[in-house]
Design a protein around this ligand. Structure first.
Ligand code: TK8
Length: 335
């Protein structure tokens, strides 16, 4: 009995001794994560997985609190809050940030990526790292590239099956010159607007159309105020999981490493859930009565052909090295 007691006490001491140094570097952290999309978007699943990972690594000390539907401001506004060190994190599209890091515009080039696999290779590899250095220089740490997905067009006026159908259509675009030019070049009346304003602008018919991945069209309920969808797949603009550099720099190395590692765990879950949900979102959109069109291969080719001027036009402002770099890398991947 005495031996058992001694052994248990020894074990208890050993455990507490082991527990203390393991989490010594971790402080209680409340990390606010701003999102434009809603809680039922797969980013929600990603954040849950990231939290479970952080719980394990920090002994429950690092807590993520997600804010949804732009409650802490739109992508751009939240990113500025990170840069000035007043907010910890945001999951944002790259596109509204080109004014801060012009090289990010490379992801806005129409028809750049052919599928998500090649996007993952570019983003999670050397090219993504190079972009992360530019983001770092602008005061934000990109923990990982999460997913929004391939973008498709929805509208309330008529089916779009060829580029001429864009003529005069009022299309909301992200606050980004490359998107603006891409749609103007197709004949649309493109209007830059923050994400949070889309639903009511569609509802009041201030705009006819918007473009986003199926999962976003589903979870942000745009299908409720739209009649037609065309599977254009015209761009894959990534989500960035950004952290305020000013705040990140005050964290201990273990805390920083935990955030980086767990953002990747969350990314993998988020991408997986998007992959699963994509079809279901499309089914839901169809069930709501929307007419879904695909582009005939020759029409897809015509749109792509017509859009290529955008590459040359924006090459200098994105950085010729960046544009040439990604094209060379894609060539390599496609071999
Ligand atoms: C959500 C946005 C959105 C983006 C857009 O905050 O603005 O259309 O695709 O998903 O980042």
């Amino acid at each position: 009995m005495r031996k058992l007691l001694l052994a248990t006490t020894a074990l208890a001491i050993a455990c507490s001794a082991a527990a203390a140094p393991a989490f010594a570097e971790f402080k209680s952290r409340n990390i606010r994560v701003s999102n434009g999309i809603n809680a039922d978007h797969p980013v929600g699943n990603g954040i849950k997985a990231m939290q479970a990972c952080l719980d394990e690594k920090s002994g429950g000390k690092m807590k993520l609190t997600a804010f949804w539907g732009g409650a802490l401001g739109g992508d751009l506004q939240a990113t500025q809050a990170l840069r000035s060190g007043v907010q910890e994190a945001v999951v944002t599209s790259s596109s509204p940030l080109v004014g801060i890091v012009p090289a990010l515009g490379v992801f806005d080039l129409p028809f750049l990526f052919a599928n998500s696999q090649e996007a993952y290779k570019v983003l999670d590899g050397k090219f993504g790292d190079m972009m992360n250095q530019k983001l770092d220089a602008a005061g934000v740490v990109n923990l990982a590239y999460w997913e929004n997905g391939f973008r498709n067009l929805s509208n309330s006026v008529h089916p779009v099956t060829k580029w001429e159908d864009f003529s005069g259509m009022k299309v909301r675009v992200m606050q980004n010159n490359i998107f603006l030019d891409t749609f103007q070049n197709l004949g649309a009346n493109a209007t830059p607007m923050a994400f949070g304003e889309i639903f009511s602008a569609l509802e009041t018919k201030a705009i006819d159309a918007q473009e986003n991945p199926y999962v976003t069209i589903d979870t942000s309920k745009f299908f409720e105020v739209q009649k037609y969808i065309t599977e254009t797949n015209h761009a894959y603009t990534p989500f960035l999981f950004l952290f305020s550099k000013a705040i990140f720099n005050t964290y201990a190395p273990d805390e920083q490493a935990a955030l980086r590692a767990c953002a990747i765990v969350g990314r993998d879950v988020e991408r997986q859930v998007i992959g699963d949900l994509n079809k279901k979102s499309l089914e839901k959109i169809k069930a709501a009565g929307l007419q879904v069109n695909t582009l005939a291969p020759e029409e897809q080719a015509r749109i792509r052909e017509k859009s290529m001027v955008v590459y040359e036009k924006h090459k200098a402002e994105i950085g010729a090295d960046v544009v040439d770099g990604i094209i060379a890398e894609l060539k390599e991947i496609r071999k």
